[in-house]
Structure formats: structure tokens, C-alpha cells
Design a binder for this molecule. Sequence first.
Ligand SMILES: Cc1cc2nc3c(=O)[nH]c(=O)nc-3n(C[C@H](O)[C@H](O)[C@H](O)COP(=O)(O)OP(=O)(O)OC[C@H]3O[C@@H](n4cnc5c(N)ncnc54)[C@H](O)[C@@H]3O)c2cc1C
Length: 335
Amino acid sequence: MGELSSFLKKKKRSFPIGLSGKTGMGYILTGGISPLSRSRGLAIDQMMEIKGFWGNGREFHLLRPTTKNDSTFEWKALCGAAIFLGVITKVRLKTQPLRQLLSWTANLSFSQLSECINQAESWPESLSFQWIYGEDIFAHAIGEIKNTDNESGLLNLLERLPFSRNRKINKFNDLNSLPNLSLGNNKSNNSNHSEVLGLLGPAWQENNTKVLKVLKDLINKRPNKSCYIASQQLGGLTQINNLDTSFIHRDAVWKPWINGAWEAYDQSKKTITLEWMKECWNDLEFICPGVHLAQIHPHLDWHEKELSSAFKDWLPKLQEIKSIYDPSNVMPPLN
Ligand SMILES: Cc1cc2nc3c(=O)[nH]c(=O)nc-3n(C[C@H](O)[C@H](O)[C@H](O)COP(=O)(O)OP(=O)(O)OC[C@H]3O[C@@H](n4cnc5c(N)ncnc54)[C@H](O)[C@@H]3O)c2cc1C
């Protein structure tokens, strides 16, 4: 995605890549939630054409339907669930004008995180809020500058955000140049292994204090210092579903993800961390009923649950499509 972003920058165009330039095609195929998704939609919403081979070996080439009535189950399935069905060899994507970005980063206290989330829930679509909570709390707000008026409006909103230290407000030329959403004192530890589970849910609103308390309890009992919970903000255009896709949680406003880490090759610590992740999921499910299958876990006992939370009522039809196009389960399983 970083290479795509850099290539498009030269043409003064952009694509809503995610929080890291390091991800590949899987970012697009699994939905693709960008800090700009609130104003640009998901990565799958930019898909105009898709080519590849179903799991059964047959080639396919589909064009984006022009109306809802023209849409097919195959198109819907490939937009968000392609990784279960076939190998994608080519996509044609819609690009957008390149605009400068406003970036606000800061360390927050627990109560400041609560206040920031509250404020972000009433922001315009051109601004989004991301946070990571582990040893410390770090947040990153990203806004797209459309014109001078809009820039001062965004700046006003950013200046209202509370922070405890290290607040920086900067301008960047593209998504790939933005600072990482990471905890400075929690740099990726190569001697750790990890799993990630992405959840999806509505705005917290009056549940804000309750959710934050749940988060604090979970973070306090995390089994490894590299475990954390982070979140991206959706809403706005992300919720517009002009064509059916397999990303069914269009009403989601937050995508919290749980990062569970343990010392590599230590099976007992791995079990403890996976139990902690399940506890996080269970405790947050009241506010995050959905799952974003950016990471899949066919090797874990929660695979069936993550499939049903990701696709809900659409899952049986998706399984039927898989039984036609990938009957031998060449691709990852959908049950
Ligand atoms: C640092 C980091 C930041 C991230 N930020 C975001 C973010 O902001 N928003 C977001 O939505 N997600 C984000 N993710 C999640 C990421 O988008 C998913 O993990 C995604 O699946 C990664 O795809 P990949 O191609 O890089 O990885 P891979 O592990 O290579 O692929 C992931 C899955 O996609 C399948 N796949 C890949 N290419 C194809 C293909 N051509 N045809 C069929 N199947 C294929 C693979 O088989 C695998 O199952 C982030 C992940 C990381 C590590």
C-alpha cells in the first residue's frame, strides 16, 4: 500500500490506504479501513474490476455493477470475502485527488481518552481519530484538508482535544508519510509472537464511561507488556452502502482491535494470552457486536465465532458460494 501511495503521489492522486504502508493486497480484499474512510469509503468501495481464479481453478473477471439491481452474489462475495474464495490476480481501483493531511498526535491520560472519543464522535467526516492503549495511551487524529476554511475548522477541532504531553500538529503530503500508531515504549518485540482480533461496533455515546472502564480493567490484567487494544474510527461515507458488499457492518463507528502477544515458542504463555483475548472480546461484545476479518484464525477455536460475527446473516449464502467456487477448500475455510 505504501508503494501504491507513493506511485499515486507522483500523479497527484491518492488511495485510502490503512495505518501502515506495509500491508499488501490483503488490506484491500478484507475491507480496507483507512483513516480517510469516513470521507472516502473503504478500500473495497474503490474496486472497479476484479480478476482472478476461484479455488476450483476457474478464471473470473468481474466489473463493478453500475446499479444495485445489477449486483451479483459473486461481486458481493468478492468485496470483503475474496480471501476465502479465490486468488485475486488483478484489481482496477478508483483513485482520488491528493490532498494535504493534518495530523495531531499526543499522549493521553485515561480520562482524556474518554473525552477525545466523545469529541470525535461528533466530528465531520474529514477527520478521524485513532488510539492505542497499552503501557501508555497514544492517539492520532488525521484530517484531510479540502480548502483553507476547512483547514481552520479542522484545526479548531484538533486544538480542543485534551492531551497530557507530546502534542504535535503537523501537515503531511500523503497517508504513507504519517507517523505510526504505536507506543514509543512498546516497540515491536521480535522475541514475541502475536494474534490480532478486529472488532466493529457503533458509537459509544452514553456508554463511553462504561466501555473505558472495561478497557482499563482488561489492559490492567494484560498478560504481556506488548498486549494492547487500539482503535480506528469509521462512520461517514463508510456507512454508505450503495452496492452490497461482504463488509456488512456498515453502521460501525469504531474498529477496536485486540493485540495479544506472548514470548515466542512459549505454549503456556500463548494459551494465557489467547484466553485474555477471548476475555477482551467477551467483555467488549456488548459495544462491538461485529468482527472485521482483517486477520483470520482458522487455527484457533474461535474461528467459527469470528466468521459468524463478521458475516452474520450473509454467512450461509457465502458458504453456499464457496461450496460452488472452492468446493475443496483450497482457500481458507468458511466454517
Ligand atoms: C502494521 C499493520 C497495520 C494495519 N493497518 C490496517 C488498517 O489501517 N486498516 C485495515 O483495514 N487493516 C489494517 N491492517 C490489517 C491488514 O490490512 C490485514 O492484516 C491484511 O489482511 C494484510 O494483508 P497483506 O496482503 O499485507 O497480508 P497477507 O498475510 O499476505 O495476506 C492476508 C490474507 O489475505 C490473503 N491474500 C493476500 N493477497 C491475496 C490475493 N491476491 N488473493 C487472495 N487472497 C489474498 C492471504 O492469503 C491472507 O489470508 C494492518 C495490519 C498491519 C500489520
